[in-house]
Structure formats: C-alpha cells, structure tokens
Design a protein around this ligand. Sequence first.
Ligand SMILES: Nc1ncnc2c1ncn2[C@@H]1O[C@H](COP(=O)(O)OP(=O)(O)O)[C@@H](O)[C@H]1O
Ligand SMILES: [Mg+2]
Length: 289
Amino acid sequence: MKIIAFVNNKGGVGKTTCSKIMAEYLSKVKKMSVLGIDFDPQCNFSHQYLQMEIDPVAPEGLIPPIHPDYNPEDLEEMDWEGRSSIAEIFYGQGVVPYPTYIENLDLAPGHAERLLAAESVRKTEVVEKVHKQLANFLNSEDVRAAYDAVIIDTAPSKGPLTISVMKAATDIVIPSVMEEQPVQGIYGMLQLWMQESLIREKSRPLNLVGILPNMFKQTRLHKDLLNSLQGNPAINRYILPVKLNQRIVYAEVDSEEANPRSIFDFPDDHIAKKEALEAYQHIAERIYS
Ligand SMILES: Nc1ncnc2c1ncn2[C@@H]1O[C@H](COP(=O)(O)OP(=O)(O)O)[C@@H](O)[C@H]1O
Ligand SMILES: [Mg+2]
C-alpha cells in the first residue's frame, strides 16, 4: 500500500489541489481503492468532499459532519458522538472514513482544533504522542485490508504534523509555484526528507517522487526560476519533467456547484484533463515502477 503525501511548508502552492488530482487519478482512472487523509487544520481537502461544519466550541475552525453510518440509537455506539476525523489517532480513538461522491475514494477528514492541538504538543512528548501515530494507524490491518493507496494532504508547516507524515509516507511529492517564497519551501522540505531518510530502516526508504511545478505561467519570472532550479546540480534531478499550468478550471472544480466536479470527468480532449493525465501518469509510474 503506497502512502503518498503532498508537502511544502509554504501555503497556496497547490498541495490540496495536487492531492485531490492524485486521489481522483488513482480512484477514477486506475480504479484503485483510495483513502484520502486531510492533515491540515484548515481542512480544505475535507471541504472538497464533505459538508464540513463550523466547530461550535472553536468557531474559527471546521469539524466533520455526522457520519452517514452513525446511528444514535445503536447502543454499541454510545460513546461515539457521530463524527470522526483523522485527529482521532492522537486520542486513541478509531477513525471511521467517510464515503465521498467519488467511487472508490474514502476520506478521513481533518478537525481544526484537534489537529492544531497535536501541532502544539510539548517537545518531550511529541515523538510518542504525535510523530508515530499516523504511521501506526496506517500500518493497521484494517487500513491495509481496505485500501490500495493513501493520499495525504498536509499543512503548510514543518511542525509535528508534517513530521508525522514524513514518518508514515512511502512517497512524497513537493508541489511548488515557481516564485521565490514557494521555492524556499522546496529547500525546507528537501531538508526534512534528508533528515527522515537518514533514520529510516533501509528496507522502507522514503521515495522523493519529485518537485511538481504548479500554476505555471509562461512569464519571465516562472521560466527563469524553473531554469535556475533545472541548472542547480543539487536540485535538478528532483524536478519532474511534467507540470501543471495555471488554469482556471483547476480552481473551478473546487466549487460545490461545479459540473463536472472532477478534472477526469471532462471530455478527453480537454486541455487541463490531458495535462493532468500526463502529469499524474508520470507521477504514478515513478511511484509504482
Ligand atoms: N494549476 C492551477 N491553476 C489554477 N489554480 C490553481 C492551480 N493549482 C491550485 N490552484 C488554486 O490556487 C489556490 C491554492 O491552491 P491550494 O491547492 O489550496 O494550495 P495549498 O494547499 O498549497 O495551500 C486554490 O484556490 C486552488 O484552486
Ligand atoms: Mg491546502
């Protein structure tokens, strides 16, 4: 079971968008059984697939809706309040993934306040309480029996949540806009990847799939930055030979009213679909070869 994470400690570079396209590529195009995980307290990935609700105790954040399988009359579920997020792993509770409108794609949504709490666990306890928990969950029999692949969307941070993703993942992709700040984020992630690689058992290396240029525009700025990364011997081997251009349709499919809601439901000759297929076919080959 591949565990594929999209990481960059800068925001707005396309982590959520690229996670979505990967989850939909594997479930819709490759017919795999996929679990999406939202590890960002902002819960943007969850909001794509579920009607997230405002947290009554912390109104600046979102919580998952009541689970469709929840039955308040079921006595065995007496200690369950009917919602489940990936943050339950930090509280020793079971995670109950939600079905989505995409066949073969389930989601373990985020929970703003509970994920933020994990981000601020004391240093002395963080290894046991946070760093190891995601890997433990994903190694469980239940998860391995139910899913062929796991896609993790992450927070724009280098904190405990991202570290626990680094420890759980088999493969990471670093999406980046070709602009100064996001490119700095690439270096931050390469550093985390190297740190994690040094302490991994040799039998399960953390594969860096590559740096995926996103929201690419044919401007001097974008072209020059991409050229300079491609000319940098410390980095160039990690830059993927595919990219996603800046296209309004990638943002449009985010809307609940969008029709279709997946880039892969557009006609085969649609430029953005062709581009996404090419990019993700390449990425999947790097992961599954
Ligand atoms: N290739 C693209 N073309 C156009 N808009 C994009 C593209 N990739 C992402 N976006 C939009 O840019 C914004 C930020 O992307 P997002 O995936 O949320 O980034 P992150 O998760 O890294 O913060 C979103 O509104 C998204 O719809
Ligand atoms: Mg995001």
